[in-house]
Ligand binder design. Structure first.
Ligand code: UDP
Ligand code: MG
Length: 348
């Protein structure tokens, strides 16, 4: 059993991988010799997977997991965490914005009894003003809306204990906002403030569209406030409507014929757009409910790359986080058995 697992989702990160491999390996080796690095290839179109295979063939600490397609950051992360076997699990991005050297401090804080040590950004270098300000606004809005307090300016860079990770993996939700889920599980948690660096190479894999989707996943996953918003806005509009009716009656009694087209159009347009907006909000929740009801696997694994045999228990975890053992066993059958047997165990 390795003492430490490092989980890294990689999507088109060929320019970062060499430096990443070297720095993360050094940071792990400074803490323990029993470590594994789980590199998850999230359907990259570049040389990311061949490079991971190459590292895995030379270094027994490396476990490569190749997903069948791009499943997105949060699911790639989940795939890696599912495969990790360490007593402690570090999650870090592939672009080296979060310094792996902080692992030592995180380990020391965990020794003091914390189950989760999360990196909290003091500064973010090399990111656009737009990204910084939208991210900052997002975390503050989320904190107001969410029923679980989610720490500000905290990404997925964190060290977790085995029991915290197991609790996290027992949550079967499809639309995952991992940093919020970690807050939800509880256990003693603490922050390690740090300055976020610039991306080592390449460009962000979170264009605006993905950022918006991520934000909506976060809000719908942790709050039903937007649904309540519908009734609140209904109340406000109802009160305004009552005023309008009073005005109409008074105008009628006073025999003032109102031309009325402009005000009528304004009311129709405003009401129409509010109704569409509220329907859209309900649709967001309903859509998620629908997707969740299909109970699809969270991710699918195509290949694994490592040096020794992957044990059955670990192979059973490939594919998806199933709520019960039978479903999990069925999933294993659908995987390529030969690969599991030929596959290698990253850590003895
Ligand atoms: N990533 C991924 N799948 C995706 C998008 C991103 O695995 O569909 C990985 C990416 O390789 C990186 C991490 O998620 O390791 C965070 O992405 P990025 O650094 O581009 O996001 P940013 O820091 O710009 O928000
Ligand atoms: Mg990044």
């Amino acid at each position: 059993m390795p003492q430490l697992s490092v989980v890294i989702p990689c999507y088109n990160e060929e320019d970062c991988l060499a430096e990443l491999y070297q720095r993360v390996s050094a940071a792990c080796a400074a803490c323990t010799e029993h470590y594994e690095i789980v590199l998850v290839n999230d359907g990259s179109g570049d040389r990311t997977w061949p490079m991971i295979q190459d590292y895995a063939s030379r270094d027994p600490h490396i476990l490569g997991v190749n997903l069948t397609r791009n499943h997105g950051h949060q699911l790639a992360l989940t795939a890696g965490m599912t495969m990790a076997r360490g007593d402690r699990i570090l999650v870090i991005d592939a672009d080296l914005q979060d310094p792996p050297e902080l692992l030592k401090d995180m380990m020391a804080m965990m020794d003091r009894g914390f189950d989760v040590v999360y990196g909290q950004r003091r500064q973010r270098a090399g990111e656009s003003l737009f990204k910084k300000s939208t991210a900052s606004l997002f975390y503050r809005v989320l904190l107001r809306l969410s029923e679980t307090p989610i720490p500000l300016d905290t990404g997925d860079f964190r060290l977790m204990s085995r029991r915290a990770l197991d609790a996290l993996l027992a949550m079967p939700e499809q639309h995952r906002f991992v940093r919020g889920m970690v807050s939800w599980i509880g256990f003693p948690q603490t922050a390690l403030p740090y300055d976020r660096e610039e991306r080592f190479a390449g460009t962000t894999k979170y264009p605006l569209k993905k950022m918006v989707r991520f934000a909506i996943d976060a809000i719908t996953g942790f709050s039903i406030q937007p649904l309540r918003f519908a009734s609140q806005i209904g109340l406000v509009l109802g009160a305004l409507g009552a005023l309008l009716v009073a005005y109409v009656i008074v105008a009628w009694l006073a025999n003032e014929t109102v031309a009325g087209w402009t005000s009528l159009m304004a009311v129709v347009v405003v009401l129409g757009s509010v109704q569409m907006f509220v329907l859209g909000v309900i649709g967001e929740y309903l859509g998620r409910l629908y997707m969740q009801s299909k109970q699809r696997p969270l991710f699918l694994v195509q290949d694994i790359a490592c040096q020794a045999k992957v044990d059955a228990e670990r192979a059973a975890r490939l594919g998806f986080v199933a709520p019960d053992a039978t479903a999990r066993d069925q999933q294993v059958v659908s995987l390529d058995q030969r690969q599991i047997q030929d596959g290698a165990q990253a850590i003895q």
